[in-house]
Design a binder for this molecule. Structure first.
Ligand SMILES: NC(=O)C1=CN([C@@H]2O[C@H](COP(=O)(O)OP(=O)(O)OC[C@H]3O[C@@H](n4cnc5c(N)ncnc54)[C@H](OP(=O)(O)O)[C@@H]3O)[C@@H](O)[C@H]2O)C=CC1
Ligand SMILES: O=C1O[C@H](COP(=O)(O)O)[C@@H](O)[C@H](O)[C@H]1O
Length: 604
C-alpha cells in the first residue's frame, strides 16, 4: 500500500551531463538534449547497492529536474511500490511491540487498516521557530505533493488562539517556491484548512488528552501516525514529552518526536536529557534535529566523496594539509541574547553544526546509506578525535562599532544579556583526529556572529606539489599555488576547486582558476530549506540526518572539558568590532599549525 499519494514524488537517478567515456559504456545509454550528452544508466541494478538503498527509501522528489543547460534528470527506475510509512511492527512507540510502560495500549476503535494518517503537532506553535521555519516547511512539502494523503497539522501552545487565528498567523509566513507559483493561493488555502490549534499547558495531561480527542476526530478511525515537533525551550521538553506520550500518543501507529537543540549544555546535562527522554521514548522515536544536516550542500558532501573516484583517493593526510569549517553571520544576537548567553558560540554552532559536518567529511566509507551505518561511522570518527585543548581555542566577543554614521551595538548592549557577560560570540579552534587517515591534519573551525559577512563553507587545502616544476612561474608564495576545494554551503551554494593553469599566450605565466559547480547557474530549481528535508525524513522514518544519542555523547565529550575550563577560568574574550573579520587571535591559532584561513584573500 502506498501511503504517499502523489505520483510525482519520486527519487532521482544519478545522471550526468557530458561524458567522453559514456559512449563506450555498455551499461548506459546516451542521448543528446540541447546539445548536451546525457549519460543514463539503463537499470538501477547497475548502481552500487548503497545508492539504491537511499533511492528506495525516499518517496518524495519531483520526477523531472531541469538543469540550466537543458539537461534533464529523470528517475532512474520507476518507483513501483512507494515505501509505506513505517508501520507498527517497526517498533516505533508501537504499543504492540515492546511498549514502554508509559504508552497506551492499542486503541480499541475500529481501524481501517488500508488507510493511515499522519498528524503533526507543532508544540510551541506560537513561537519564532514555528512561524519562521516549521509551518513554511510543511507548506512547501504540501505544495510539492510530499505530504501523505491524510494528514492534519495541529499547533499547540499556551497562548489562546482559535483555528482561524492560527491560520492567519501562519498565512503571513507562507511563500511559494520561486520557480512554481502556479495555484499558490489555492494551495495555501487548502493547506491552511488542514491546520488547527489547541491551547494548553505543556505539563498538563488533561490538555494533551483534549488534543488527543481532537486528533482522533481528524484521523477518522484510520491508522494514526503521530509526529510531535518540540519547538519549545529545553526546560519544558520533558514535561511535553511525558504528556504527549501518556496522553496523546497513537495506540495503533507510530509516534515520533522531533527535538530541537540545545541538547543540554555539556556531557552531564545532555546525558540527563537523553535519560529523561528515554523514560518515555525509544531511541528510534527521537529525532534530534541539527538543521545543518538538512542543507543541500551538506547532503552533497557524501555524494561528492563516495560517488567520484577522483576525490576519495585524495581524502587523507597524504594529500590534505588542513580542513577548515567556517561559519559567519553579519548580525548579532539581537533579541536572542537571553538564550545565547547561556550557551555561547561554541555550543551554538561548533559542537553541533560544524562538528556534524566534520564527522561527515572525515568518516570512513559506510557499509551502506542506511541511517545506522552512516551514524556508526560518524560516531567512530568522533570518538577518534582528541578532546579540544584550551590552547587550541581562541574566543571573542563583539563590541560596538560605528560605520557610515550608524552605530552597531555591542553584544552586552543587548538588554537580554547580563552586564559584563564573557560569553563568546566568536571562536576559532583546532581539532585533531587520531586515526590512520587523519593523523596530524588540523581541522580548523571558526564561527562568529556580527562579522563582516554571512556564510558557511568547508575549505580543503591540499599539500604542495612535490618538486614543482613551475615554482618559478608561481612566485614565492607556494601556498597560493596549492589546490583548494571549497564547498560553499550558503549563501549562493557552490562547489569549486582551485587549480593552477597557464595564462594563454606565448609566455609561461601561471594563473589560479576555479572549476566551479555553481548551483544557481547549473540548476533552475530552488534549493529546499533544510527543515523541509528534515520534516519529510521524520515523516518517512528516515533517521540518517538525525543525531543518535551516542553521537551526541561523543560530540559533547570533545567540547565539555574546554567549555568548563573557559568558564571556570573566566577567560576574557578578545573584543572585535561589530562587522569586522573577527579577532586576530584566530590567525595566530591557524599560524601555529602552519595554516592560513582560506576565506581571507581577495580571490576566495
Ligand atoms: N528560533 C530559532 O531560530 C531557533 C530555535 N531553536 C530551538 O527551537 C526551540 C523553539 O525556538 P523558538 O521558537 O525560538 O522559541 P520561543 O522562545 O519562541 O518559544 C516557543 C514557544 O514556547 C513557549 N514558551 C516560551 N518560553 C516559555 C517558558 N519559559 N515556559 C513555557 N513556555 C514557554 C511560548 O509559547 P506559549 O507562551 O504560547 O506557550 C513560545 O511561543 C528552542 O528549543 C530553540 O532553542 C533552534 C534553532 C534555531
Ligand atoms: O542553530 C542556529 O543556527 C542559526 C544559523 O542557521 P542558518 O541556517 O540561518 O545558517 C544561528 O543563527 C543560531 O544562532 C543557531 O542557534
Amino acid at each position: 500500500m502506498a501511503t504517499l499519494h502523489s505520483t510525482h514524488c519520486r527519487s532521482y537517478s544519478l545522471i550526468s551531463s557530458s561524458s567522453s567515456s559514456s559512449s563506450s559504456s555498455s551499461s548506459s545509454s546516451s542521448s543528446s538534449i540541447h546539445g548536451h550528452q546525457l549519460l543514463r544508466a539503463k537499470s538501477s541494478s547497475l548502481l552500487p547497492k548503497r545508492f539504491l538503498s537511499l533511492q528506495s527509501q525516499r518517496n518524495c522528489r519531483s520526477n523531472v529536474l531541469v538543469m540550466k543547460d537543458g539537461a534533464v534528470a529523470t528517475p532512474l527506475t520507476p518507483v513501483e511500490n512507494e515505501t509505506p510509512l513505517k508501520k507498527v511492527k517497526d517498533g516505533l512507540l508501537s504499543s504492540s511491540v515492546n511498549p514502554p510502560s508509559e504508552f497506551k495500549e492499542a486503541a480499541s476503535f475500529d481501524v481501517n487498516q488500508n488507510e493511515s494518517t499522519v498528524s503533526i503537532t507543532v508544540v510551541g506553535a506560537s513561537g519564532d521557530l514555528a512561524k519562521k521555519k516549521i509551518f513554511p516547511a510543511l507548506f512547501a512539502l504540501y505544495y510539492e505533493g510530499c505530504l501523505p494523503k491524510h494528514f492534519t497539522i495541529f499547533g499547540y501552545a499556551r497562548s489562546k488562539m482559535t483555528d482561524a487565528e492560527l491560520r492567519n498567523m501562519v498565512s503571513k509566513t507562507l511563500t511559494c517556491r520561486i520557480d512554481k507559483r502556479e495555484n499558490c493561493d489555492e494551495k495555501m488555502d487548502e493547506f491552511l484548512k488542514r491546520c488547527f490549534y489547541h491551547s494548553g499547558q505543556y505539563d498538563s495531561d488533561g490538555n494533551f488528552q483534549e488534543l488527543d480527542k481532537k486528533l482522533k476526530e481528524h484521523e477518522g478511525g484510520r491508522v494514526s501516525n503521530r509526529l510531535f515537533y518540540l519547538s519549545i525551550p529545553p526546560n519544558i521538553f520533558i514535561d511535553a514529552v511525558r504528556c504527549a506520550s501518556t496522553s496523546a500518543s497513537s495506540g495503533n501507529g507510530w509516534n515520533r518526536v522531533i527535538v530541537e537543540k540545545p541538547f543540554g549544555r555539556d556531557s552531564e546535562s545532555s546525558a540527563a536529557l537523553t535519560r529523561s527522554l528515554k523514560q518515555f521514548l525509544e531511541e528510534d522515536q527521537i529525532f534530534r534535529i541539527d538543521h545543518y544536516l538538512g542543507k543541500e550542500l551538506v547532503e552533497n558532501l557524501s555524494v561528492l566523496r563516495f560517488s567520484n573516484l577522483i576525490f576519495e583517493p585524495l581524502w587523507s593526510r597524504q594529500y590534505i594539509r588542513n580542513v577548515q569549517f567556517i561559519f559567519s553571520e553579519d548580525f548579532g544576537t539581537e533579541g536572542r541574547g537571553g538564550y545565547f548567553d547561556n550557551y555561547g558560540i561554541i555550543r551554538d554552532i561548533m559542537q553541533n553544526h560544524l562538528l556534524q559536518i566534520l564527522a561527515l567529511f572525515a568518516m570512513e566509507t559506510p557499509v551502506s546509506l542506511d541511517a545506522e551505518d552512516i551514524r556508526n561511522e560518524k560516531v567512530k570518527v568522533l570518538r577518534s578525535m582528541r578532546p579540544l585543548q584550551l590552547e587550541d581555542v581562541i574566543i571573542g566577543q563583539y563590541k560596538s562599532h560605528t560605520k557610515g554614521g550608524v552605530t552597531y551595538p555591542a553584544y552586552v548592549d543587548d538588554k537580554t544579556v547580563p552586564k559584563g557577560s564573557l560569553t563568546p560570540t566568536f571562536a576559532a579552534a583546532a581539532l585533531f583526529i587520531d586515526n590512520a587517515r587523519w593523523d596530524g591534519v588540523p581541522f580548523l573551525m571558526k564561527a562568529g556572529k556580527a562579522l563582516h559577512k554571512k556564510g558557511a563553507e568547508i575549505r580543503v587545502q591540499f599539500r604542495h606539489v612535490p618538486g614543482n616544476l613551475y615554482n618559478k612561474s608561481i612566485g614565492t608564495d607556494l601556498d597560493r599555488a596549492t589546490n583548494e576545494l571549497v564547498i560553499r554551503v550558503q549563501p549562493d551554494e557552490a562547489i569549486y576547486l582551485k587549480i593552477n593553469n597557464k595564462v594563454p599566450g606565448l609566455g609561461m605565466r601561471l594563473d589560479r582558476s576555479n572549476l566551479n559547480l555553481h548551483y544557481a547557474a547549473r540548476y533552475s530549481k530552488e534549493i529546499p530549506d533544510a527543515y523541509e528535508r528534515l520534516l519529510l525524513d521524520a515523516i518517512e522514518g528516515e533517521r540518517r540526518l538525525f543525531i543518535r544519542s551516542d553521537e551526541l555523547d561523543a560530540a559533547w565529550a570533545l567540547f565539555t572539558p574546554v567549555l568548563k575550563e573557559i568558564e571556570e577560568k573566566k577567560i576574557i574574550p578578545e573584543y572585535y568590532p561589530y562587522g569586522s573579520r573577527g579577532p586576530v587571535g584566530a590567525h595566530y591559532l591557524a599560524a601555529r599549525y602552519n595554516v592560513k584561513w582560506g576565506d581571507l584573500g581577495i580571490e576566495q
